[in-house]
Design a protein around this ligand. Structure first.
Ligand SMILES: [Zn+2]
Length: 123
């Protein structure tokens, strides 16, 4: 991970294209650091450059207490107070602090494996 924001996302897409990929998943705040780039800057750079792959733009996901499932702003009409969202950074912090992870977002089996510390957590 180079944390170069949109240009890094474009670089990763080009590398994957060179290995034969036809599509590239672009996440929310991909390759970003803190709040240096807007959360969807990586989505927008694919409007400026056509590198020959199809960008699949993924938006933020969260757990909705009303829908009782993971959702996005496209799939859930409920207000923010019904949402449980947690960043990967916050999950890493909770793990390091030995605190509980939200079972609405991660299955207990996954939490158990992560809590054992056998998994390398990357930034
Ligand atoms: Zn909902």
């Amino acid at each position: 991970m180079r944390y170069g924001g949109p240009k890094a996302a474009l670089f990763y897409a080009i590398v994957r294209k060179n290995y034969g990929a036809t599509h590239y998943i672009v996440g929310r705040d991909q390759a970003g650091v803190g709040k240096f780039y807007s959360p969807y800057a990586c989505h927008e750079i694919f409007d400026q450059y056509n590198i020959g792959t199809i960008p699949l733009r993924y938006v933020e996901t969260f757990y909705c207490k009303v829908c009782e499932s993971m959702a996005t702003e496209k799939t859930c009409p409920h207000p923010l107070e019904d949402h449980i969202a947690i960043s990967q950074t916050r999950m890493r912090e909770l793990l390091k602090e030995g605190k509980d992870l939200p079972t609405e977002i991660l299955r207990p089996e996954v939490i158990k494996v992560l809590s054992q510390g056998d998994v390398i957590l990357t930034e």
